[in-house]
Design a protein around this ligand. Structure first.
Ligand code: MN
Length: 277
């Protein structure tokens, strides 16, 4: 049995976005094709209100999906369609920007811990201009799978006995939040050959194949063989897999399209108030 090896380890880097929100960019630079179908992930987490209070005031997106996973705290999303979504501890918002959405993502707390992730997932060319939509998923709707020495929350996808809340065609993303409680945990995931595999460790450390991946590290694995995880003590990690779309990626700020011309069209549409028309 082949075990997937780590091809690259990235260190989450401090940055800021929105109205001065301090966060860590887990991945999202350089040659984006190596993460295909994923585009970017941010981790936000702070006890300091000044790090998050500015939030993300009204801004557009076109051409992809955003998945916001709140571990702790309270954020409110509002969009041009009149949707209002409250995200509290453990909740997920799955937003398909499609042809265009204008929304805000604002903290609803003035103090205390805020922590979570936002993942960007690309859409195939044929799906980029679909109408915008979104789904709020309450924490208690997310299926949980018990293992010896671990608990797995399955936000999306399907693999073996694991069936996540959200199933998506084309990119078929698997999004698991794995909380390891002891070194007894060991599991091999039969991820389809060719799929992209990313492991992000956000607490503790974990063994991935033959290597140890520490906190705030993203491991990008090879495309053949099983994904083997082994507990080394208490840890928390995200396991992300997906089918590469294999199309050109042209990313500019909040727009991700296939060509330069499509980006220029998105900018013009936003400027002229036609992004969400
Ligand atoms: Mn946004």
């Amino acid at each position: 049995m082949t075990i997937r090896k780590i091809e690259e380890i990235l260190v989450a880097r401090p940055t800021s976005d929105g109205d001065g929100v301090r966060l860590k960019r887990v991945f999202g630079g350089g040659d984006l094709s190596r993460f295909d179908p994923f585009l970017m992930m941010d981790e936000f987490g702070s006890e300091q209100a000044s790090d998050y209070i500015g939030g993300f005031p009204s801004h557009p997106h076109r051409g992809f999906e955003t998945i916001t996973y709140m571990l702790d705290g309270h954020m409110q999303h509002k969009d041009h369609m009149g949707n209002v979504g409250e995200l509290n501890n453990g909740d997920v918002q799955w937003m398909t920007a499609g042809s265009g959405i204008i929304h805000s993502e604002m903290p609803q707390q003035k103090e205390g811990h805020m922590r979570g992730f936002q993942l960007w997932l690309n859409l195939a060319a044929k799906d980029k201009m679909q109408p915008a939509s979104y789904e709020d998923i309450a924490a208690e709707q997310i299926p949980v799978f018990a293992r010896q020495g671990a608990v797995i929350k399955a936000i999306a996808g399907q693999l073996g006995d694991i069936k996540g809340k959200v199933q998506k065609a084309v990119t078929e993303p698997l999004y698991l939040d794995i909380e390891i409680t002891s070194e007894q945990y060991q599991e091999s995931f039969a991820v389809p050959e060719g799929d992209t595999v990313l492991v992000y460790v956000y607490e503790g450390e974990v063994q991935v194949g033959d290597d140890v991946v520490g906190k705030a590290r993203l491991a990008r694995l090879g495309r053949k063989g099983q994904v083997r995880l082994k507990g080394l003590g208490a840890a928390r990690l995200l396991l992300l897999t997906g089918k590469p779309i294999g199309e050109p990626i042209v990313s500019y700020g909040p727009f991700v399209m296939n060509t330069r011309e499509e980006i220029e069209q998105a900018l013009a549409d936003y400027r002229d108030g036609r992004l969400t028309a």
